[in-house]
Design a protein around this ligand. Structure first.
Ligand code: CTP
Ligand code: MG
Length: 245
């Protein structure tokens, strides 16, 4: 079974406000996109990363020769103006003629660089068990209300127990994802599950993880740096244990 991943990293990160693309922000000395690729790499055979056209060389440099990738093929391509177009561009590469089409495709936000690998494995297993798609979801922690009116009157309360926040990687049967993107090329979906469901696909939920948070605002960076440091220490510890007689 051929499993491919699309890592979307072509956004500018306007809400983060850095002077370079969000996916190149260093965390514990490694770019966010590198964390994102490394955290899913065990689960897939190849990766296509969508990057801003202005920074392709920087992305290629960051992702070149990472030992943990064990020779897996990583391609960096130009993304589109919207996330959906970036994913479509990556699917064009993965489903190009003359190569075996992937059976399963993960779509993962570089901005969620630290997702726990157990979440990825669970989502892949759900698709291997027959779902068209599987997406990680987490409970909503805040009390929720509908948007206030123009006059500022508070909207109705919303029962948060009925809602979930969606993370990535979202995992799909490759053919279902490809067909959904081709059928709904004019939509502007913020995730791929919307497209697969619009095509009649059955998408199931798996439990997400708190480390699947998305780096969006400057205030997300201290948590991201902390998690990166924790993961780096665990890597060093594992390397020491492997060296021990
Ligand atoms: N993304 C992409 N192509 C785009 C827009 C977004 O590949 N045209 C990617 C981003 O790089 C990110 C993921 O989609 O990894 C989720 O998007 P978001 O968190 O909104 O990132 P940005 O669009 O970069 O941030 P902002 O909306 O604050 O500008
Ligand atoms: Mg965005």
């Amino acid at each position: 079974m051929r499993i491919a991943a699309v890592v979307t990293a072509a956004g500018s990160g306007s809400r983060l406000g850095a002077e370079f693309p969000k996916a190149l922000v260093p965390l514990a000395g490694r770019e966010l996109v590198v964390w994102a690729v490394l955290r899913i790499a065990d689960a897939c055979d190849e990766v296509v990363v969508t990057a801003p056209t202005s920074h392709l060389a920087e992305f290629e440099d960051a992702l070149r020769g990472l030992p943990a990738l064990d020779g897996k093929r990583i391609r960096v391509i130009s993304g589109g103006a919207e996330r959906q177009q970036s994913v479509s561009a990556a699917l064009d590469v993965l489903f190009a003629e003359g190569q075996p089409a992937p059976d399963v495709v993960l779509v993962h936000d570089a901005a969620r660089g630290f997702q726990d690998p157990s979440v990825t494995r669970a989502a892949i297993a759900a698709v291997q068990d027959g779902a068209d798609g599987a997406i990680p979801v987490v409970p909503v922690v805040d009390t929720l209300v509908e948007s206030p009116s123009c006059a500022g009157t508070l909207g109705q309360s919303v029962d948060r127990d009925q809602l979930r926040a969606v993370q990535t990687p979202q995992v799909f049967a490759g053919a279902a994802l490809r067909a959904a993107h081709l059928a709904h090329a004019d939509a502007s979906a913020t995730d791929d599950a919307q497209l697969v469901r619009a095509s009649g696909g059955r998408v199931v939920a798996v439990a997400g993880h708190e480390w699947g948070f998305k780096v969006t605002l400057p205030s997300d960076l201290p948590l991201a740096e902390h998690v990166a440091q924790v993961l780096l220490s665990a890597e060093s510890q594992n390397a020491l244990e492997r060296q021990a007689p």
